[in-house]
Design a protein around this ligand. Sequence first.
Ligand SMILES: CC(C)(COP(=O)(O)OP(=O)(O)OC[C@H]1O[C@@H](n2cnc3c(N)ncnc32)[C@H](O)[C@@H]1OP(=O)(O)O)[C@@H](O)C(=O)NCCC(=O)NCCS
Length: 202
Amino acid sequence: MSQELSMPAIKKTAWIDGHRLRLRQADVEDASFIFNLRQHPLRNQHMSATSPRPEDQIQWLERYALDNSQAYFVIEAKENPGHPPRAGGSQLLGTVRLYDARALSFCWGSWMLLPDAPPFTAIESALIVYRYALELGFRSAHFEVQQGNLAVCRFHENFGAVRVGEDAGQIQYTLDHERILESLHRYRRFLPAGIKRAPFIH
Ligand SMILES: CC(C)(COP(=O)(O)OP(=O)(O)OC[C@H]1O[C@@H](n2cnc3c(N)ncnc32)[C@H](O)[C@@H]1OP(=O)(O)O)[C@@H](O)C(=O)NCCC(=O)NCCS
């Protein structure tokens, strides 16, 4: 008897709450925040260049809304002691995106934070991404980091990521299931109650 394995898919959700952060689905209204972040000279040295035209960012987000193969989030502070909330809304800290599902492995990236994001933001946002991916049914991860982006290489290697190749200035990494579980456990004080989320969108 053959048993058909159903492969996980990346799904969108309106929001995912962690400990001190919320990942909220990016929409067209976030275009100017994302545009400014992608153009930020302290943050974009190791990112693929995006268009210098703000209207292209709006179009990118409109296309994203129709693309069910990825989930793109803005990272917000649930509460941010010492930082006043932004006028009319929560404090936006950065972005992160899940994309390129390959069987049981997912890719994540477009990971950027404002330079003054609180220090826990990087690790908590990474842990939220891994928890969400496990809920979707993924078991491992793959991603690329530009050569020379040493701090980010170190960050991923601390999580157990292994270099599996280099191509066109990019280092390719994988992170297996055991290392994901180990890191979620090792860094559990950053995400003590796991995640809560809105229903999957599709
Ligand atoms: C990638 C990015 C989101 C990471 O965020 P970051 O804040 O720089 O991440 P850091 O590695 O400095 O970690 C932040 C803090 O968490 C701490 N931390 C990181 N990993 C940790 C770990 N495994 N255990 C405990 N603490 C950890 C760090 O020590 C640091 O604290 P400090 O500021 O008190 O030293 C950010 O650097 C960024 O936006 N970079 C530009 C875009 C980019 O290159 N993106 C990656 C593309 S692949």
